[in-house]
Design a protein around this ligand. Structure first.
Ligand SMILES: *Cc1c(COP(=O)(O)O)cnc(C)c1O
Length: 436
């Protein structure tokens, strides 16, 4: 069945506007203008009605964490079984959001702390996160930046954005900028064009990435106009955010095809969410549908410790179980990397089932997805060579100009030239004792 402006969407549109048309429905600005932000409209449009008690709780939740649902996304809700519906659960407030747990943190990823100028989080050596938009078309209930949802719905001024661009300009090690928000695709095409043009003038920037949920919640935003603008700024990579196979509708698929046809490599970042996709079968279906639409599953996130997300969190074991069900069972490039974004700002940490089960002299013991246990005999004759990151091999084979950046972190412990033998957190009680 073709989903674009189907019967239920037509009747929805009719409740919103006297003379609705396909043209209006598929106009992203019309969708935003008609976004559902209160309970009355939600009830009227979906035919779902809540008890007085329920309404009071929902109202209270919306006061703290506002609601906004595009008519398109709303039209995907199954109003009969809404309580179990993954679309409903991702978009409609749950009073559990008000339950703050002890371990919850307002800004768990310390994005505001690792921020040299407002809007930028510079955490990794060669790339950074640049928040260029304050707004989203749909407010995901599981938003990791929930602290900010609905705060300011204004477009950041050119002056503000320029501060971020200037920081990138004077930071030559940054070769990859990740535009996020909010949703960068909620900016006007012209404004985004300006940002991309300014960024492209920076000689050391090699790629620009854009994170957007519009293909899932507002696919009509992916207009021919937007796509031809993006094409001018290659290499552009786009990461989108689908969490459930039901989100891959005809409209969503068309938007992905447009982006892929423009030569934009597409990735997907999902969040593992209790009651929504915490199931190996749902996840497998999701990743397979994504690759069918030329989207490479990139990350599967363990749900962050942001306030208001308690009811969405699963144990980490659930994620490992899902990975166990994907690796080996389906196409390798359909398998995302499961990560926990470290509370306190350590960045993304990959988590995997264990495949290396033992290790002896020159021999490792491995197991595969079926449970086959096998041995891999390592070479007896491998000759290690000393590398100071500017060794003969480096210069002969890579023709690098001088030494590359020094090794950091665990890579530093592994490096030949560095004498460091351990990494110790500063000011531990043990270290403090030594000083006495
Ligand atoms: C996720 C993230 C990035 C990008 O990380 P990749 O692993 O390269 O995708 C960069 N900066 C911040 C702050 C991030 O959270």
């Amino acid at each position: 069945m073709k989903e674009i402006y189907n019967k239920s969407q037509q009747s929805l549109a009719k409740k919103m506007e006297e003379n609705p048309s396909l043209k209006k429905w598929t106009d992203w600005k019309w969708q935003i203008k008609h976004s559902i932000k209160n309970l009355d409209t939600f009830e009227k449009l979906t035919g779902i009605s809540f008890s007085k008690k329920e309404r009071e709780k929902f109202e209270k939740t919306i006061q703290k964490f506002p609601m906004s649902i595009t008519p398109y996304y709303l039209s995907l809700i199954d109003s009969e079984e809404y309580k179990y519906d993954p679309i409903f659960k991702q978009s409609f407030p749950d009073p559990s959001e008000l339950k703050i747990q002890k371990a919850d943190i307002e800004d768990p990823l310390a994005e505001d702390t690792d921020s040299p100028v407002s809007g930028i989080t510079h955490r990794y050596p060669d790339r950074l996160l640049f928040l260029v938009s304050n707004t989203c078309s749909m407010y995901c209930r599981h938003c990791t930046r929930k602290r900010r949802v609905g705060d300011v719905d204004s477009v950041p001024s050119k002056k503000e954005v320029k501060k971020g661009i200037d920081y990138i300009k004077k930071t030559p090690e940054v070769r990859d900028v990740l535009l996020s928000g909010g949703d960068p695709f909620l900016l006007s095409t012209e404004y985004l064009d300006w940002i991309l043009t300014e960024l492209q003038k920076i000689p050391h920037l090699e790629i620009i990435r854009i994170g957007t949920r519009t293909p899932a919640v507002l696919p009509y935003r992916i207009t021919d106009n937007l796509v031809s603008m993006l094409k001018k700024h290659h290499p552009i990579w786009v990461n989108t955010h689908f969490n459930h196979p039901r989100e891959l509708t005809t409209s969503a698929k068309e938007s992905l095809a447009k982006l892929a046809d423009a030569g934009i490599p597409l990735g997907n970042q999902s969040v593992l969410l209790a009651g929504i996709n915490d199931c190996p079968r749902i996840m497998k279906k999701l990743v397979q549908k994504l690759v069918q639409n030329r989207v490479r599953p990139y990350y599967l996130y363990q749900c962050d410790l942001s306030e208001g997300l308690t009811h969405f969190r699963t144990p980490v074991s659930k994620g490992i179980e899902i990975m166990e069900n994907l690796i080996g069972h389906t196409s390798g490039f359909a398998v995302p990397r499961y990560v926990i974004d470290a509370p306190g700002g350590g960045g993304k940490i990959p988590v995997m089932p264990e495949y290396l089960i033992s290790w002896g002299t020159n021999k490792v013991i491995l197991r595969n997805y079926e449970g086959v246990i096998t041995t891999y005999k390592e070479p007896d004759s491998y000759e290690p060579y000393f590398c100071d990151r500017n060794c003969e091999e480096c210069t002969r084979n890579l023709k690098l100009e001088g030494a590359e950046e020094k090794a950091v972190g665990i890579a530093k412990l592994l490096a030949d030239y560095d004498k460091t033998i351990s990494l110790t957190p500063e000011h531990t009680e043990r270290v403090e004792r030594r000083k006495k």
